[in-house]
Design a protein around this ligand. Structure first.
Ligand code: F6R
Length: 607
């Protein structure tokens, strides 16, 4: 989704804005622009890659001025074009703004402004905000921003320059992310941490309806009554190199390579010899005993993590677990109450549907426990409890290391609750803890065999259909494997519960169709092999994933990738990595832009 960067200080703003925007490219965009205050506000913007804009302004050197705002746009209202790109001036160029989000009542406001004689040059909802500022402008910029934003319905993070203030720029947010970076003699705003990570590690997380007035040596934050708000400075301890490609050809590949570390960082601090230590959550045993239902809610890959969670939690906790896609859940009048535990999963912590689903549950007094990667993000802030994944910044659009760390947090939660409720013995728990400790090294062992996956990808990269089959948690991982392949290689693929295929979809299997069979679940292995036989008899080529030592799988498979042995429950962590690698190698063989697949954005902050 759109990316915002803002700077004020003593250096030339334009190169810094471009540098920050480059770090936000991963969010997905189709045009870019900057506005810099010199004597007037000068805007440069262009459809297409950031490089086009950068070339236009000589890397920013052509533009004078030490304060500015920048934007990468992911089109919602109006096609990607030069004129629809941000920043947008107000009619008389008193204001220039950048915006992330969607103004839902923009048509009503546009008509109102047109009746007052305002003219619009773009098709965007953002230009309405610029003109609304102009309309309400009474010489006091802050008052004007407070008044204008009170008219907005929808979501917005805004960076605002005003022709009458050469020292400050302004920011406000509602339902779209924005952080403020604190430097020495310079300050920043950004949609996400990587944009400013090489410049500062001290940030304020701007919260809902907070207004910021930012100059080179001060950041003032007030509420809508202009009352000052005391903010806590957060220190970001992400490694700068984690947000850089560091010699790899893509962020996606780099992030898969980082999985062992990300998993280790996420689980090891939460393991003692004989218990799972979740200091981050405040749920008591009494509260846990009260829950009669668990919902797990997320979008895309986060939803797939929830699917794994359902199988694991129902088995170990014997509590019904329902997994819901957030965009459906938010509108289904969910039946949740104080006896429901709702687990929200989100890498970004800003996904609009997940956030809205969370709010629906809060209204109904459900207890919200979130699994989030970005510290201080909206979902984290609004939850009763948060367990952070320590995956570090994830830049590639297709999630890999964040998915893998989310899975491990699901294991931790399941074991933690099982222990608290006495559903597993201390001895069993100890064995799981030993297995969890080994998991990062086992993922590394899988990665070390990546050449096998590359060879297979090179053979099948021209497939037009690929099927992923599994049962139980293998089915849940099959869904993720299928998503990984289709989103970056644009090959049609489907994931099916293996027993379901013959109820219709098996008619799509023909000679040479690649079928990926996830056959790690011991107790269902024979059933799985029966399903594999069915597709093989119809000409499918079978690529199986199975536990080390399982020779039986070879009889039915054309290719087998062996996984290190562990508890069934932990196997999804080992099965998913080869599937992520398969998606990556196929997309690479097809010559696609792996980190920025077509039509996709990293952080989906609109509905
Ligand atoms: C797929 C992918 C998406 C995200 C989904 C949720 O590779 O990355 O399906 O998982 O958009 O995003 P978060 O986790 O940020 O809420």
């Amino acid at each position: 989704m759109c990316g915002i960067m803002g700077y004020v200080g003593s250096s030339k703003a334009a190169p810094i804005l471009l540098e920050g925007l480059a770090k936000l490219e991963y969010r997905g965009y189709d045009s870019a622009g900057i506005a810099v205050f010199d004597k007037d506000i000068n805007i440069a913007k262009a459809k297409g890659r950031l490089q086009i804009l950068s070339d236009m302004v000589d890397g920013g050197e052509k533009i004078e001025g030490c304060m500015g705002i920048g934007h990468t746009r992911w089109a919602t209202h109006g096609e990607p074009s030069d004129v629809n790109s941000h920043p947008h001036y107000s009619q008389n160029k008193t204001f220039a703004i950048v915006h992330n989000g969607i103004i839902e009542n923009y048509l009503k406001l546009k008509n109102e402004l047109m009746e007052k004689g305002f003219k619009f040059v773009s098709q965007t909802d953002t230009e309405i905000v610029a003109n609304l500022l102009e309309y309400y402008y009474n010489g006091n910029i802050l008052d004007t921003i407070i008044k204008a934003t009170s008219r907005l319905e929808g979501s917005y993070a805004l960076g605002i320059l005003c022709q009458d203030d050469k020292n400050n720029f302004y920011a406000v947010r509602k339902d779209s992310p924005l952080i403020i970076g604190l430097g020495k003699g310079e300050n920043y705003i950004a949609s996400d941490i990587p944009a400013i990570l090489s410049r500062t590690r001290s940030v304020y997380m701007l919260e809902e309806n907070e207004f910021a007035i930012i100059s080179s040596d001060s950041v003032k934050i007030v509420d809508s009554n202009k009352q000052p708000i005391e903010k806590t400075v957060r220190t970001i301890n992400w490694d700068v190199s984690a947000a850089e490609k560091g010699g790899y050809d893509s962020f996606m590949f780099k992030e898969i390579m980082e999985e062992p570390k990300a998993i280790r960082d996420t689980i090891h601090p939460r393991l003692s010899d004989d218990s799972i230590v979740l200091d981050d959550i405040t749920l008591t045993k009494e509260q846990l005993e009260k829950f009669n239902k668990i919902y797990i809610v997320g979008c895309g890959s986060a939803y797939h993590v929830g699917m794994v969670g359902k199988y694991i939690m129902e088995k170990h906790l014997r509590i019904p677990v329902e997994v819901m896609i957030a965009s459906e859940f938010r509108y289904c009048d969910p039946i949740v109450d104080e006896k429901t535990l709702v687990i929200m999963i989100s890498q970004s912590g800003e996904t609009a549907d997940t956030l809205a689903a969370l709010r629906e549950c809060k209204k109904r007094n459900a207890r919200i426990l979130s699994i989030v990667n970005v510290v201080g993000s909206s979902i984290a802030n609004e939850s009763n409890d948060v367990i952070y994944t320590w995956a570090g910044p994830e830049i590639a659009v297709a999630t890999t290391k964040a998915y893998s760390t989310q899975l491990t947090v699901i294991y931790l939660i399941a074991l933690y609750i099982a222990d608290k409720l006495g559903k597993i013995t201390k001895e069993e728990l100890k064995q799981y803890i030993t297995a969890l400790r080994k998991l990062p090294d086992q993922v590394q062992q899988v990665i070390d065999k990546k050449d096998e996956i590359e060879a297979l990808a090179k053979k099948y990269y021209q497939s037009s259909n690929v099927f992923f089959l599994g049962r139980n948690y293998d089915y849940a991982v099959a869904m993720e494997g299928s998503l990984k392949l289709k989103e970056i290689s644009y090959i049609h693929s489907e994931a099916y519960a293996a027993g379901e295929l013959k109820h219709g979809t098996i008619s799509l299997i023909e000679d040479g169709t690649l079928v990926v069979s996830l056959a790690t679940c011991d107790k269902l292995f024979d059933k799985m092999m029966s399903n594999v036989k069915e597709v093989k008899a119809r000409g499918a080529v079978i690529f199986s994933l199975a536990k080390e030592g399982n020779k039986a799988v070879e009889q039915e498979s054309d290719y087998v990738f062996y996984l290190p042995d562990t508890f069934d429950m932990l196997l999804p962590s080992l099965t998913v990595t080869p599937l992520q690698l398969f998606g990556y190698y196929v997309a690479k063989a097809r010559g696609y832009d792996i980190d920025k697949p077509r039509n996709l954005a990293k952080s989906v902050t609109v509905e």
